[in-house]
Design a protein. Structure first.
Length: 509
């Protein structure tokens, strides 16, 4: 389809391209022949995506009109795929402000259409009684629909796809608990939808007639309870039938703690998911098919969606994950090279070792760190630190890796985030566990001039207040075990093999 601005293909702006849906939508738009511009607060996070060279990437924020205005220039379709769910208290006001600014800038730039993906709203629950998460999603949709720009607001319930928070929650609960005591919401009816259908409808929405300005419910053909969905997953995954015992007194708050202990999904995300599952969310219409027709076998049924998602997980072909989005409260900028960062204290634990292995062999071990390979030192300490982080609402260790062998900027890696990677030379990780300060772990590889390689390792900690200083000195006695052992075992593994051997999972500085 060509643009209203000439004979060129549609020009699409994608917000949230570093997130789960946005990161998958971009290649679909490119495959449809559209031009794509991505808006990101940290453009460097998109640098290593396979499609990065095919799109225009601009720095900006949906709450900042000054940065959003140039991003909207010459845009035909603007995709709104962001929300402030994990930003803590006040996220509803942040969502409200962002949607208002986005709609105003789209109108001023004469954008042809806004496409928004929100949550499916229960039909028989007053909006004021909805969870804050669903209430905010509904409000964002209303703001965009009233912006003066034709808007398509898609509303989905549970999205089933490899790496989605909903699928990861379902997968871990079912696989880890053959017998489980569950909240009463496992008996609530829901209408899940395959991520492939969501992407198909998002792409197809770009071609809607200008007079269309409305919401559309989207879902798969199956209406099931969460309990039935767990049993269907068990069957697809060749697991024994699960024994599920609902307990009414498990509130959403308690449910989120329970989910956080069993699955990799942190409490900050688990709680809105659990709150949403309290309500029956079933599509009231399928009008979207009049504008984006279903093809043969579309939309996918639940079993097919589960099989496809599970197949991608087992084949390690998960392109984006729920953890692609950053955790709030951590720095957005790379670590400055100045050791007197921000004019404050910066504690450092630096180590160096030469190894009788090629730089390439050593780099393979470094890039394969975390997840199944572990952290190469004091496994119990890493495991305890992960559990402590979960107990205080952090992400813990169980996010693992998106890919077992390759990393890219922005990837989550257990309770770290890849902040910088220079293939073959440097890996810098930023801590996302709960800490009284900011922390990084940096590993670098270089030739040592003797047909071998040199491994350098730095743990850096910028304390916040007196508690931060106390934290550093309280864990300092363990550094020789944790960081010294890590440097020793990484180089030993590189010298002894061409690929890292699995080790028990991994602590923060």
């Amino acid at each position: 389809m060509t643009s209203d601005r000439g004979n060129q293909p549609l020009h699409c702006l994608v917000t949230g391209a570093t997130g789960y849906i946005g990161g998958r939508l971009v290649p679909e738009l490119l495959a449809a022949g559209y031009r794509v511009r991505c808006l990101a607060r940290s453009p460097e996070k998109l640098r290593d995506y396979p499609w990065a060279g095919e799109v225009e990437i601009v720095r900006g924020d949906v709450t900042d009109a000054r940065s959003l205005a140039p991003a909207m220039r010459d845009i035909d379709v603007a995709y709104y795929l962001v929300h402030a769910l994990t930003s803590g208290g006040g996220f509803e006001e942040t969502d409200r402000r962002a949607a208002t600014v986005f709609g105003e800038q789209a109108r001023d730039a004469r954008v042809g259409r806004i496409v928004y993906l929100g949550g499916l709203i229960p039909s028989d629950v007053p909006e004021q009684e909805l969870s804050p998460h669903l209430r905010s999603r509904a409000e964002v949709g209303r703001i965009l629909l009233a912006s003066g720009v034709p808007t398509t607001a898609l509303r989905a319930a549970v999205i089933i796809g490899s790496g989605s928070a909903s699928f990861e929650m379902l997968r871990y609960l079912t696989e880890r608990l053959p017998v489980m005591v569950t909240p009463s919401w496992v008996s609530t009816r829901i209408q899940p939808v395959a991520v492939r259908d969501v992407l198909r409808l998002l792409v197809g929405s770009a071609r809607m007639p200008r007079e269309v300005n409305r919401t559309f419910d989207i879902g798969g053909p199956d209406i099931v309870t969460y309990r039935e969905m767990m049993q269907r997953y068990a069957e697809v995954a060749d697991l024994r039938r699960r024994l599920i015992l609902p307990v009414p007194m498990l509130t959403p708050r308690l449910s989120s703690h329970w989910i956080g202990l069993v699955t990799p999904v942190p409490r900050s995300i688990a709680r809105p998911l659990a709150e949403s599952l309290r309500y029956e969310v079933v599509c009231r219409e399928h009008d979207i098919a009049a504008y984006v027709p279903d093809g043969p076998g579309q939309p996918f049924d639940l079993d097919k969606a589960l099989r496809l998602a599970l197949q991608r997980v087992r084949e390690a072909r998960v392109t984006t994950r729920w953890s692609s989005a950053s955790v709030p409260g951590v720095p957005s900028d790379p670590l400055p090279t100045d050791p007197d960062w921000a004019g404050g204290s910066l504690y450092t634990d630096a180590r160096r070792r030469d190894v009788d292995a090629s730089p390439q062999a050593l780099w393979r071990v470094v890039e394969g760190i975390g997840g199944e390979h572990g952290w190469y030192s004091f496994p119990l300490a890493w495991a305890v630190r992960g559990w402590l982080d979960r107990l205080v609402g952090g992400v813990g260790l169980r996010r693992g890796r998106r890919d077992t062998d390759r990393l890219r900027v922005g990837d989550s890696l257990d309770f770290w985030r890849v902040e910088e990677i220079e293939p073959g030379r440097l890996l810098r990780l930023r801590a996302e566990m709960r800490l009284p300060g900011l922390a990084w772990l940096e590993m670098s590889v270089e030739p040592n001039g003797r047909n071998g390689a040199r491994y350098r390792q730095r743990a850096l900690f910028h304390p916040r207040g007196l508690l931060g200083h106390a934290y550093w000195w309280s864990v300092w006695p363990f550094h020789s075990l944790v960081f010294g052992g890590m440097a020793r075992n990484i180089t030993r593994t590189a010298a002894g093999s061409t690929s890292p051997e699995p080790a028990s999972a991994a602590v923060s500085p």
